[in-house]
Ligand binder design. Sequence first.
Ligand code: GLC
Length: 749
Amino acid sequence: MKKAQLFALAAASAITLAGVSCSDGSNSTKASDYDKEIESLLSQMTLDEKIGQLNQRTGVGLTDEMTGAIRAGSVGSLLNEVDPETVNALQREAVENSRLGIPLIFSRDVVHGFKTIYPIPLGQAATWNPALVEEGARVAADEASSVGIRWTFSPMLDVARDSRWGRIAEGFGEDPYLTSVLGEAMIRGYQTDDLSRPNTMAACAKHFAAYGFSENGKDYNSVWMPESRLRDVVLPPFKKAAESGAATFMCSFNEINDVPTNASSYLLRDILRDEWGWNGMMVSDWGSIMQMVPQGHCTDLRHAAAVASKAGVDMDMESYAYIQHLKDLVEKGEVSEKTIDGLVRNVLRLKYRLGLFDNPYVDLDSARRFYTEANLDGARRAAEESAVLLTNNGILPLKENVRRIAVTGPLMDAKHDQNGTWCFDMEKEHTVTALEALTEMYGKDRIIAAPGLTYSRSTDAAGIRRAAAEAAKADVILFFAGEEAVLSGEAHCRADISLPGAQTEMLRALKATGKPVVTVIMAGRALTIPEESKLSDAVLYVFHPGTMGGPAIANLLSGKVNPSGRLPLTMPRMTGQLPLYYAHNNTGRPASGIVLIDSLELEADQTSTGCTSFYLDAGDGPLFPFGHGLSYTTFKYGPVELSATEIAPDGSITASCEITNTGEREGSEVAQLYVRDLVGSMVRPVRELKAFEKITLAPGESRKVSFTLDGADLAYTNAENKKITEPGEFRLWISPDSQAGEAVSFTVK
Ligand code: GLC
């Protein structure tokens, strides 16, 4: 029996005699099934050992310093150690050579795959397929846990509406409902229904909260957010994560209304634990406790340690604030030991839930379970379903009789960049690129490989000329454009989200050959492609599709697979339109009678443009709306039928619609249900997504989709911070995207 269990056994008998109150600082209102073990262990721990559990450090192998710190009980968790033999050696120091034998928890950013890389989460969002997202998380957990990683810093649930922000790549896009559904699926995939299984990982709902609203799309920037928008747009995915049993949360770098989230007991305790009843473990972001000093909220690291521990940050990732200052703060009475106990309980509870006390070591006989056929198959299916066909003049799918295909552009054979951001453990030699897959599919003789630009930021005009000359010999040109992986992700924001480098010039040159051009875009965000979409005969947006992106793209372009992706974010015409999103307010002067800058007369009268809400140089509205995506078949939506035209605020209503595949081949469609509350004590958005269903229909097949909404689904947070469903008229759509469809009406009495 391991040391920790011996202590637990010995102390448990004492505890049952003495009885114990669990009223600690953690506001942990929900009893957990490990309270007895936790209390027995806690009663044995010195203050130093308690504080040690709150300290998360980067794994650096078996150095003397690290071994000494672990043996002293000064480390609760390690991140970024991914060698299973080293993991076991470090764990042995904790379990067998520290006084209480409390196991370490090993963590890593496994964001969209560990070795088998799935599409970036923004791409996975475009699948609108929770089962596929869950499957991808399961694959990631099985691969990562096989080297000892039992905690991932994923899913990122930050709703974001500004593609200048590089981290929009890591989330599920602009909509809180879609983010909630897919976040829950990812958590299920990581954790399954039994987190003590050795091939699971604790999920981490991050970044709590509102990080995706960093001002002007600049990372780590300030956030201004009224409570009503915080509760109705930012928090729903996190609330769903808490309800789904996400084992951990991570607080964010930003302030909300001038208060750092690491300092906000309102957010970390009142909402998360008291209102939502969550009793998991809250970790800081990397150095985010320390960052309250430059933020101007704390005078020094000692002050930051006091503020964060009282606010409810359980574990300190890489600030070393807790390990350096909490003991002194407790001894001087500035932080109570009761508060520390509350934080420690949450850490111990996580370790019990993960089964680490019983099963702390990696099974080396089944270590490194990577790249199985099933995993690669799943990654290919996810890449196929994440691709959004934005435009198509009929050039796709490529005709059987196409003889020669030119494969061009900086991302045609991009073993590294095809995987996108946040894939620390990716091995690029395993990536199957578009060029490789197309050559495999069509044969070397039919492929003309002519990159032109060798990376997305290149401005090599000579390369463009050479490529255009080569491409002119083909029957059809495929242009693989977009962003290198490093151009999105953390700290990688762009003030101009057009195609980098000379890619647009290259597309012009390819178009000038007179041959049809299909543009395939790999990117970590929405890019502004107004000219490019005009120059192209078709545009396929694949985000960063991961390890199996190549075969997926080949299957999609050839027609073996029918595209079914739908945009999880709005695509603007120009950067200046950002933030741009479908669920906007109508305003008192919605755009009408748009007059564009080039059509203005000289000395035009000031009121000649009609004084409504639009841009002279961009008009109004997106290039492609949220929910948009084409197929190789067509779908017809019948009229929406409602089960009632009136409901009580606590009633429910069922909306249904028959959808028919009116084309020649099987295809999948995402039926989206939107509502609009026409009049509210606070103005309401012109549309809000409330439900969706992805269905597959054979040619000619019809199916009725039905959705039932409760009155609560129509509620919003009013000016008094109350969630209410107000009486009045509502519009409802069941449509293929956020702009299409005929509305029907009903009334809440
Ligand atoms: C980073 C990120 C966070 C990540 C953590 C650990 O700064 O903000 O998402 O999980 O540090 O790498």
